[in-house]
Design a protein around this ligand. Structure first.
Ligand code: NDP
Length: 245
């Protein structure tokens, strides 16, 4: 694990932040990406206090130029990109009939296009090196659909489709691994983007009935996928709270 470098998008909170700390503890050099600079500055300090190495770059994953600069900055800082964790995501759940079209657009932009721009930014470099690992964060919602979750689920099904499609296109001698991470409910800021008050109430009721995972639980799954020998490709991990139906 030491000497490897990883880009983590959505590193400013939740799963991304926990993953950054977990990977830093394993000696992986990090490039942290998100829009909230204050959070990234704080995380960089915390990682350095743990003895890890981290740089950050303020990045909007919906900007192809930002994603290209992020990859370039990582190569400039560390000479290589071994791992990309495409983790940034939004979940403003709502019923289709509510026609929250702007929120659909934002989910599609961040959850699908952001992942594609991440792949586009690192794939040529990984192909040149014949080595790499692309980890895309989908969801249990990429396997199941619930009322109010159709658009979010569509984006997370897409993440799984794109990851598996990429895997099928890669040649065996390219040594590029792909992993889909599909978490169940995790206690993070993700639900803060829900604007529909009915859906918020339903979601709170659901979360009160279960014991949600912590970001660290998903970080451990990501570390597991990375730490396998390069001949072993963990293609998907689903992690649900034991109490989640
Ligand atoms: P958080 O809301 O805590 O984190 C989301 C992260 O995404 C933040 O760091 C945010 O940073 C970043 N982000 C959002 N929009 C953009 C953007 N345009 N450009 C760059 N970064 C952006 O939620 P989670 O940690 O829970 O979510 C992480 C991933 O896990 C998401 O893909 C989510 O769909 C997935 N997931 C989460 C589950 C859960 O129950 N929590 C379950 C299943 C999957 P900033 O605002 O600073 O840009």
């Amino acid at each position: 694990m030491a000497n490897k470098t990883a880009i983590i998008t959505g590193a400013s909170s939740g799963i991304g932040e926990a993953t950054a700390k977990e990977l830093a503890r394993s000696g992986i050099r990090l490039m942290l990406a998100a829009r909230r600079e204050d959070r990234l500055v704080q995380l960089k300090k915390e990682i350095e206090a743990l003895g890890g190495q981290a740089e950050y770059r303020v990045t909007d994953v919906t900007s192809r130029a930002d994603m290209e600069s992020l990859a370039q900055a990582t190569i400039e800082a560390y000479g290589q990109i071994d791992i990309l964790v495409n983790n940034a995501g939004l979940m403003p759940l709502s019923y289709i009939r509510s026609l929250k079209v702007d929120e659909w657009d934002r989910m599609i932009d961040v959850n699908i296009k952001g992942v594609l721009y991440g792949i586009a930014a690192v794939l040529p470099h990984m192909e040149e090196r014949n080595e790499g690992h692309i980890i895309n964060v989908s969801s249990v919602a990429g396997h199941e659909i619930a009322p109010s979750g159709a658009v979010y689920s569509a984006t997370k099904f897409a993440v799984r489709t794109l990851t598996e499609g990429l895997r099928k296109e890669l040649r065996p001698d390219q040594n590029i691994r792909t992993t889909i991470i599909s978490p169940g409910a995790v206690d993070t800021e993700l639900t803060h983007s829900i604007t529909d008050t009915n859906v918020k109430t339903v979601m709170s009721g659901f979360l009160n009935k279960i014991v949600p995972l912590k970001g660290e639980d998903i970080a451990a799954a990501i570390r597991y996928a990375i730490e396998q020998p390069t001949s072993v490709s963990i293609n998907e991990i689903i992690v649900r709270p034991t109490s989640q139906p």
